[in-house]
Ligand binder design. Sequence first.
Ligand SMILES: [Zn+2]
Ligand SMILES: [Zn+2]
Length: 91
Amino acid sequence: MYCPKCLAEDKIPYFRKKWRYNFYNACPKHKIFLTDRCWRCYTKIELVKIKHFRELCICHKCEKDLRESITIPIQSNYEYGLKAIMWFEKD
Ligand SMILES: [Zn+2]
Ligand SMILES: [Zn+2]
């Protein structure tokens, strides 16, 4: 899972450790759901397949820039989930 907006903001894009947690499915900063796929070819992004650092934001299959991925805004009925994530981040 990753937040395309966080990647886009990075000077040197990197995948956050916290994105690997199962329950960490949203970005509290951007209030969007994380995604685990390339939105163009719908391939699941697997970090093990990313060999070179400079390819970190590029889909290994279709070479689409993942920073341009479509994001899904979080609805207000999910905000309790977001609060749990923010609580987790304080630690
Ligand atoms: Zn983000
Ligand atoms: Zn792709």
